[in-house]
Design a protein around this ligand. Structure first.
Ligand code: FRU
Length: 615
């Protein structure tokens, strides 16, 4: 007997030498790790837990993970599995796999000399199964009244619409890390545009690709045949190529069904971010598609949201032409609140913004249902116009079907130059405050876009901390205390009357000497924003910057409204005729506002509100 066993062992050893078997590893409970080779590992899951928590190391390369359910490929995701240390964990939701066998086939990209070396990676012992995933905020800089994802990366707002009293926001997200990857539509909704509720992922990658930006419409005429209550979305399926796909929702945007006939638009070149609307005058759907590398927007029409015909293109050689053109939008607005109307075409581009990196330009003109014709300036040229003169305003598009004919927009409050480097980790990026758009005529005869904070924003006002009448300014700064509650989040508003071309300096500062310096030059009619000493700035060489906005329609007073939300400052001048959105990362909240002038100037109607955090 004994001899036979020994013989058996000897035989097994001999087989192993010729045909090495997989190396199993002692693993966390319910997770069985088997190394198949230097780059390939199987992770078998047991039990019925809700989540697999996957260990991430931000600086590592992506591992490619095929999620196999009962042996069939359900999805492929890319995760920066930890090599030498675990920065945080991200959840793989196992809810829909309950009762099935789940195996992850993991391909790591690192070159390892041996399986033994590969098996030392920190990730293998740090997977865990759990019924909960802790999303309690760990971030000092997470804004309070701006939308942020609960965890993970976010870029563009997508597919926004308003229905039955609720604003729906979808967004580009990576559910498996805080850098761009695995593009999926995340989903949040709000009744007041400032308090947001988080919902499960809305549209996930499939065989056609990951889910890039797009738009949604309410198909109340039932043109697509999904029913008059259907929400219909078009997005870009991005893989080897970029093609346009459709999905619809019958439960008000909570869950989506993809169209079996996808894709609905294909082209022989890079094109993305379909944005659709119903064109009343011609009774058809219109869609704009960013022909990214050609620097033009393609205009399509359709009777049913499925069959699209290319009608025209706009933009070649016009406006800012650097980088790529992305995320279009097209809508009509009243001019100066009158009966006169004009069309506005939004064109996000990256890089090539006025202060480097990404920014939103726009064109004002006419649209006949097929062709957009831009207005010309006094010299007969198409002027370049910017929607926001900060560094952190991108991918801005509007909600479909906003109430009372409003044109309400949200942007992504970051810049591709450093979005992945900002000093946050659990989440990356917030949206801008919601803004309602209008058009105004400036003294140069041109029509410009005004972006004012949406009226809902007023509802956040808590205690009025400071209210003062008229005070004259001098070179000796007047100092005003900012609220200490909620890390100093606040709204500040005041009017500046600067005479004889004087300059007014407004400084937000903390006790560490970190500051943001804003300067209103009433002679040059510009407002500048200097964040070079605002706090943490050296995580990217592109972050320290001075942004400058023109006061396009100077008045006797410059009225200023400013919103501070931990890591962002949005400055609105003259009811949105001037806007600057900039991120800041002070080591402690700014605690004072100091205002001074080199000449004759007054500050009037100063108000400082502490803002109530989201309920
Ligand atoms: C703009 C953009 C879009 C694209 C998406 C991908 O920021 O590049 O053009 O659809 O991001 O996440």
């Amino acid at each position: 007997m004994k001899r036979n066993i020994l013989k058996g062992i000897a035989f097994a050893a001999a087989v192993a030498a010729v045909f090495p078997t997989a190396t199993a590893q002692t693993s966390p409970s319910g997770v069985k790790v088997e190394h198949l080779g230097v780059n390939n590992t199987l992770v078998r899951l047991e039990g019925d837990a809700r989540y697999l928590l996957m260990p991430v190391q931000e600086s590592n390369d992506d591992a490619k993970i095929n999620v196999l359910v009962d042996g069939k490929l359900d999805k492929t995701i890319y995760v920066k599995l930890a090599k030498s240390k675990v920065d945080y964990q991200v959840p793989l939701d196992l809810e829909k796999y309950k009762g099935h066998k789940v195996v992850l086939n993991v391909v790591t990209s690192q070159d390892r000399s041996s399986v033994r070396e590969a098996s030392n990676d920190a990730c293998w012992n740090n997977f865990s199964l759990s019924d909960t995933f802790d999303t309690a905020n760990r971030e000092k800089y997470r804004p309070v009244f701006h939308h942020t994802p609960l965890y993970g990366w976010m870029n563009d707002p997508n597919g926004m619409f308003y229905k039955d009293g609720v604003w729906h926001l979808y967004y580009q997200t990576n559910p498996y890390g805080s850098k761009w990857q695995n593009m999926t539509w995340g989903h949040s909704s709000s009744k007041d545009l400032v308090n947001w509720e988080h919902h499960p992922l809305a549209i996930e990658p499939d065989g056609l690709g990951t889910i890039f930006s797009g738009s949604s419409v309410l198909d109340t005429r039932n043109t697509a045949g999904f029913g008059p209550d259907a929400v219909v979305s078009l997005y870009t399926s991005a893989a080897e190529s970029q093609i346009q796909s459709m999905a619809h929702s019958k439960d008000g945007g909570m869950t989506f069904e993809k169209y079996p006939g996808n894709p609905v638009i294909t082209l022989g070149s890079e094109a993305r971010d379909p944005n659709m609307f119903w064109h009343e005058a011609t009774g058809q759907w219109v869609l704009l598609l960013a022909h990214a590398l050609e620097h033009e927007m393609l205009v399509y029409t359709s009777p049913d949201l499925k069959d699209w015909t290319l009608r025209s293109s706009f933009g070649k050689g016009l406006g800012a032409q650097d980088g790529v053109w992305e995320c279009p939008d097209l809508f009509e607005l009243a001019v100066d609140g009158s009966d006169k109307k004009k069309w506005v075409l939004l064109c996000n581009l990256n890089p090539g913004g006025p202060f480097g990196g990404s920014a939103t330009q726009y064109f004002v003109g006419d649209f006949d249902g097929k062709t957009f014709t831009p207005d010309l300036d006094a010299e007969g040229k198409v002027p370049t116009k910017w929607m926001d003169f900060g560094k952190d305003h991108y991918a801005t598009v509007s909600f479909s079907d906003a109430p009372q004919g409003r044109r309400t927009v949200l942007g992504w409050m970051s810049n591709w130059q450093y979005a992945a480097e900002v000093p946050t980790q659990q989440y990356r990026s917030a949206n801008t405050l919601p803004r309602d758009l209008g058009l105004f005529t400036a003294p140069d005869g041109q029509i410009y876009l005004a972006s004012a904070p949406s009226p809902e924003v007023d509802s956040m006002r808590g205690q009025l901390m400071k209210k003062s009448g008229k005070a004259s300014l001098s070179s000796k700064p007047r100092n005003f205390q900012l609220p200490a509650a909620n890390d100093g989040i606040c709204e500040i508003s005041f009017d500046l009357a600067a005479r004889n071309g004087s300059t007014v300096t407004m400084t937000l500062a903390n006790t560490k000497g970190e500051k943001v310096v804003m300067t209103y030059d009433s002679k040059a009619n510009i407002l500048s924003f200097d964040r070079t000493e605002s706090g943490l700035v050296d995580f990217s060489q592109d972050f320290p910057a001075v942004t400058v906005a023109p006061v396009l329609d100077p008045k006797e007073k410059l009225s200023v409204r400013m919103f501070v939300d931990r890591s962002s400052i949005e400055v609105f001048g003259n009811g949105g005729e001037l806007v600057m959105t900039n991120l800041v990362f002070p080591n402690e909240p700014y605690s004072t506002l100091s205002v001074s002038s080199n000449g004759k100037a007054d500050i009037t109607d100063l108000r400082i509100w502490s803002l109530a955090p989201a309920k």
